[in-house]
Write a protein that binds this ligand. Sequence first.
Ligand SMILES: O=C([S-])c1cc(C(=O)S)c[n+]([C@@H]2O[C@H](COP(=O)(O)O)[C@@H](O)[C@H]2O)c1
Ligand code: NI
Length: 367
Amino acid sequence: MDSEYEIRIRRENKKGIEGTKVDVILKNKHDHSHDHTHSHTHRNLKDIEDIINSSSLNENVKKLSIDMFIKIAQAEAKVHGKSLYEVHFHEVGAVDSIVDIVGAAICIDYLKVDKIMASHVQVGGGFVNCAHGLIPVPAPATVEILKGIPIKSGLVPFETTTPTGAAILAVNVDEFTDEMNFTIEKIGYGIGSRDLKIPNVLRVYIARENEKKTEYDLHNKQYILETNIDDMNPEIYSYIEKKLFDKGALDVFRTPIIMKKGRMAVKLSVLVNEKDIKAIQEVIFRETTSIGIRKYEVEKIMLERDFSKVSTNYGEVTVKNSYYKGERIKSKPEYEDCRRLAEENNVPIGEIYREVYKKIEGVSNDK
Ligand SMILES: O=C([S-])c1cc(C(=O)S)c[n+]([C@@H]2O[C@H](COP(=O)(O)O)[C@@H](O)[C@H]2O)c1
Ligand code: NI
């Protein structure tokens, strides 16, 4: 393949924005001008896998490249009603597309980032001329590849995302979001060919994700699963409580209630994150006599907190500190540590608490 192409890299300017323009020059053929009406060699997925696998590229680059080609082949197969290896790539099988995809894989492998994020995908609009004739934008293969990914259309009446671009995103992006919650370290611009009313550039950041200890986390939404029980052996509540905690319950509590017909009963309430709802429901239905659960979303408003260690004459105790508007307003010894030290030293547990509070400066107890 070496003899078939050349890569030209230079600085170029689009609507005042300077960036890097990369052209794949096909020797003895046409350039990467995206006039896709002409025909190229028709390769199928197997041919492309063979080319990539017999190269000296590293294993990660090979894998990423083949994953992207599979993504495109799957889309083409679906659109044209063919099997995966039956699909013959047209434009996509051409050398310039192999260079585009393998080039993207090399860049991603080289950057060694922990996570790739992208905004919604702008697909453009209008019609495009290809091997099938005139087809609408976004092209059928593009939309197939972008299933499940947020897209927008119509910013310009041209194709702004091709099947190749869509596959690069679909295979490599870990999270699609328009929220930019990161600190930028480097910015790069890739320059496109066409002149549009908007700068035809692709912007990439290298950034550090901001710590997510935001208002959002402090006002984290959770759920209460709740059931009234009037016919269960009370001995087994503590067993069930342990199971609920093991399955991810954030809190479990019981309230004595009086139900209809004056029946003494217990309301079992379980605080849970969304991801653990199913597992908690399973425990309640399998282990209790309940045949129905109430579920409602709750919003918790939490103070920021951290932990510190306090040394006493009896040993070390962990203390939980809580902060309001940046100021520490509460500090509380961890019960389990105090219990352990009371037992080990054979002193009243209150003595341990008093010792700890003496050491916590500036903060009164029992808040
Ligand atoms: O040639 C084929 S089979 C072809 C199919 C499709 C479908 O959506 S199906 C789309 N296109 C268009 O060709 C160009 C080239 O895309 P690259 O990904 O190779 O850059 C693009 O305009 C596609 O929409 C071709
Ligand atoms: Ni096609």
